[in-house]
Design a protein around this ligand. Sequence first.
Ligand code: COA
Length: 286
Amino acid sequence: MGERVRVDTISETDVPEYRRAVEMSSERIRPWNPVNAGDLAYHLGRQSDEHRTFLIRALPEFRAREHTVVGKVNVTGITRGRAFNGVLGYDAYDPYAGRGLFADGLRLVVDLAFRAQPHGLGLNRVEAAVQPGNVRSAGLLRSLGFRRRGDYPRYLWLGDASGREEWRDHVVHGVDRAEWPPERYATHDHDRPVVVVTPTGRPPVDADVAAARALAIELGVPLLRERSGSWARCLDDAVTGAVVLADLDEARQEGVRAHDVVSATDLADPASITRVALEARFRAHG
Ligand SMILES: CC(C)(COP(=O)(O)OP(=O)(O)OC[C@H]1O[C@@H](n2cnc3c(N)ncnc32)[C@H](O)[C@@H]1OP(=O)(O)O)[C@@H](O)C(=O)NCCC(=O)NCCS
């Protein structure tokens, strides 16, 4: 139980209200998740140690007229053995979406996932896979302190807003019990490998640059070399992308092509920084 919401396991009596909640929200959900207002019966039949479904409900003083279901969270693919992990799948329902209630509820679900059995699920790690364009979902996870774990091309077979199904790229975000609850928008800990590649001649010949660049690509880090050319060339070498702190006119004159241009004053807090980063990554994707 939280201050605005509570989290419940599901039962037959939830079916009609759940149906109303999903039907009210179907257009908003469809671009990112399958919509099936009748699927609670399916989940009811599958509740087990490997598959748990929770409903987030608004507490009385936060209830809207239409229904009380803020959202649904499935914890599926639960593996124990030596992993003790589970995968979160979720939707928020109108008229509650976008008001922070779902985030409150998801935090409670993760609390439960990490709590020891029999009161909780006894997990060590939870993850959620999000499409690169779904910045609301990724922003929600980052707001709870989940960190980006990795990119998975063609990860799930899903439809889009028009119903066209195909394998969709996803980014997995995760958190584990030892770090829960993390700070909101917890910063990422990157490995920062540094390797010196000595060239065969001075100045380096093309083959030296190609070799160093190949190493940079393999490590997923920028290739930095003496800035003898333009910003455009420096950026060409920055294989993981870069943030350029420069006067916009100068950058344009030098041929810098950016996914986004923001003022430093627009990056005053972690939520704004996260939003700019998510949008830029989405624009750069594919
Ligand atoms: C993803 C979804 C469940 C989020 O629910 P929601 O009710 O919008 O989320 P909340 O209002 O609780 O938002 C909580 C956090 O997300 C962040 N967030 C919301 N919109 C955002 C956006 N456009 N960009 C970045 N972050 C955003 C908020 O900043 C907020 O954090 P804050 O406390 O720092 O302000 C909901 O949008 C949804 O149902 N989407 C359609 C289905 C879907 O995408 N399911 C998940 C598939 S992976």
